[in-house]
Design a binder for this molecule. Structure first.
Ligand code: MV4
Length: 447
C-alpha cells in the first residue's frame, strides 16, 4: 500500500480523497493555487504545496508543477479526482514515467475512451448495445446521407473528440444534413483540432443512466448498479439518484452483466462509468468516463462501498477480493448539487460565506469543503457542496432530502437550494417521471 498520496484537485473532492487516505493510514499532500491558500483541503492535508496562480491552467492543470510537488514531498501516487487532469491520458502517462502511480485506469484506456468513435467501436465489438448510427467515423457527406436514411431522421452529428454535450449538431430532416455535417466538422476542428465526426439516430426523450464499475489489475470487474443523471441543465447535472426510478433489478442485472463482461475482456482497471441513453426499455451506450464522478456518493450509499478507498487499493495492486454476488443494493439515494449560483438564472455567485450550517441526522451526508467565513473564489467550478441522502425507499429519501434542505444554511452567497426545494415538490419528479429534457422545461417555467 502507498504511504503518501498527492491529491491533484481542490474543493469537496480533495477532501473526499483525503478522508479515504486517512482511513487507510496514508499521508496526504495537497496542492493548491494562490487563490486557495485558505481552502479546507490545504488545512486538512499533512502537507501542502502551492503550484501556481489562480487560473486553473497555471495551477491545477500545471503538470510540471504537480509532478515537482509529488517529487519533493515523496508522494508515491497521484489521485486526480474529477475534472482538471483526471481524463488526460498524457498526464497519466507522465505520472507513470516518473515512477509514480496514477490512481485510475491505464493511459491507453483513457485515450481510447477519450475518442468517442473508438469507445463506441470497442464497446460494440464487446457486445454492448449502441445507439443506431454510423459504423465508426463518417468519411463523406454521401456516407452521412446513406446512414441517416437508414436509421431515420432526426439524426445527430457528433465530434469524436467531443463528449459531455460538446460538438453535437442535429439534422431534423435530409435538408439539414449538409449544414449539420459542415458545422459539426468545422466546430470540431476549431475546438479539438480533430474534425472526425460520427452519426447517431437522435433519441427524443431518453433518460441518462450510467453504470459504475470497478476493475482490478487481474481482469476482475464488478458493477455497482446505475445512477439516473437525467436531471441536468445545459449538460450540468443538478440531481442524481441511485437506483434509477425507471429500472427494475432484472434490467440492472442484465446491463450490468453485459458491461462487466465487456470491461473484463478489455482488461479495464480502476473506476469507470458507462453512460447510456435509456428509452423505451432499451439501453444505448454513448460514452465512457474513465474517472471517479461527482455523483459517486449515491452509489456508495446504496452499495455500502467506499469507491475512493477501492480506487486506491486497486491502484496499489490489490485484488478486488469480492465478486458480483457479494454486491447488494439497499434502499435509495439522492444527491443534490449545491452550486453558488442564482437559482433563477444560474449566474455564478462567488463571495464570502457568512454562515455555514450543514444538515445532519440519519441518512444524511454532506460532502463539502465549505466553512463559515470561507470566501468562494471566482476562478473555479461553482459547486460548493453535495447533499446526499439515503433511505429505505425513494419516497422516504425525498422526505429526508426536503427535511435536510430545510436545515441547510448557507448565508452570504446565493445557492441553488431554493431550486432543489421546488424540484422535490413537483408531482412528476415525485413519480420519477422525467427525461433529460425535464429540468430545462421546469426551470423555464415562471414560479
Ligand atoms: C444524444 C442525445 C440524443 N440522441 N445522442 C449530450 C451529452 C453527450 N454525453 C451526449 N448527449 C446526447 N446525446 C443521441 N443519439 C441527447 C443527448 C443529450 C443529453 C444526454 C445526456 C444528458 C443530457 C443531455 C442533454 C441534451 C442532449
Amino acid at each position: 500500500m502507498f504511504s503518501k498520496i498527492l491529491i491533484a484537485n481542490r474543493g469537496e473532492i480533495a477532501l473526499r480523497i483525503l478522508r479515504a487516505c486517512r482511513e487507510l493510514g496514508i499521508k496526504t499532500v495537497a496542492v493548491h493555487s494562490t487563490a486557495d491558500e485558505d481552502a479546507m483541503h490545504v488545512r486538512l492535508a499533512d502537507e501542502a504545496v502551492c503550484i501556481g496562480p489562480p487560473a486553473s491552467r497555471d495551477s491545477y492543470l500545471n503538470v510540471a508543477a504537480i509532478l515537482s510537488a509529488a517529487t519533493i514531498t515523496g508522494a508515491e501516487a497521484i489521485h486526480p479526482g474529477y475534472g482538471f487532469l483526471s481524463e488526460n491520458a498524457d498526464f497519466a502517462e507522465t505520472v507513470e514515467a516518473h515512477g509514480l502511480t496514477f490512481i485510475g485506469p491505464t493511459a491507453e484506456h483513457i485515450r481510447m475512451m477519450g475518442d468517442k468513435i473508438t469507445a463506441k467501436t470497442t464497446m460494440q465489438m464487446l457486445g454492448v448495445p449502441l445507439v443506431p448510427g454510423s459504423d465508426g467515423e463518417l468519411t463523406s457527406l454521401e456516407e452521412a446521407r446513406e446512414v441517416a436514411d437508414k436509421v431515420g431522421y432526426p439524426v445527430l452529428i457528433k465530434a469524436a473528440a467531443g463528449g459531455g454535450g460538446r460538438g453535437m449538431k442535429v439534422a431534423q430532416t435530409a435538408d439539414d444534413l449538409e449544414d449539420a455535417w459542415k458545422m459539426a466538422r468545422a466546430e470540431a476542428r476549431a475546438a479539438f483540432g480533430n474534425d472526425a465526426v460520427y452519426l447517431e439516430k437522435y433519441m427524443d426523450r431518453p433518460r441518462h443512466i450510467e453504470l459504475q464499475i470497478l476493475g482490478d489489475n487481474y481482469g476482475n470487474v464488478v458493477h455497482f448498479g446505475e445512477r439516473d443523471c437525467s436531471l441536468q441543465r445545459r449538460h450540468q447535472k443538478l440531481l442524481e439518484e441511485a437506483g434509477s426510478p425507471a429500472l427494475t433489478a432484472e434490467q440492472r442485472d442484465a446491463i450490468g452483466q453485459t458491461a462487466t463482461q465487456a470491461l473484463s475482456k478489455m482488461g479495464y482497471r480502476n473506476a469507470g462509468t458507462l453512460e447510456f441513453l435509456y428509452q423505451d426499455g432499451q439501453f444505448c451506450f454513448i460514452e465512457m468516463n474513465t474517472r471517479l464522478q461527482v455523483e459517486h456518493p449515491v452509489t456508495e450509499m446504496v452499495c455500502d462501498v467506499d469507491l475512493v478507498r477501492e480506487q486506491i487499493r486497486l491502484a496499489a495492486g490489490e485484488q478486488l477480493g469480492y465478486t458480483q454476488k457479494d454486491i447488494s443494493f439497499s434502499g435509495h439515494a439522492i444527491e443534490c448539487r449545491i452550486n453558488a449560483e442564482d437559482p433563477d438564472n444560474f449566474t455564478p455567485c462567488p463571495g464570502t460565506v457568512a454562515v455555514y450550517h450543514p444538515p445532519g441526522g440519519l441518512g444524511v451526508r454532506v460532502d463539502s469543503a465549505l466553512y463559515t467565513g470561507y470566501r468562494v473564489p471566482p476562478f473555479y467550478d461553482s459547486m460548493i457542496a453535495k447533499l446526499i441522502v439515503h433511505a429505505p425507499t425513494r419516497e422516504q429519501a425525498i422526505a429526508r432530502l426536503q427535511r435536510a434542505l430545510d436545515e441547510f444554511v448557507v448565508e452570504g452567497i446565493k445557492t441553488v437550494i431554493p431550486l432543489h426545494r421546488r424540484i422535490l415538490e413537483d408531482p412528476e419528479f415525485q413519480k420519477g417521471e422525467y427525461t433529460i429534457h425535464w429540468l430545462e422545461q421546469f426551470t423555464a417555467k415562471p414560479h
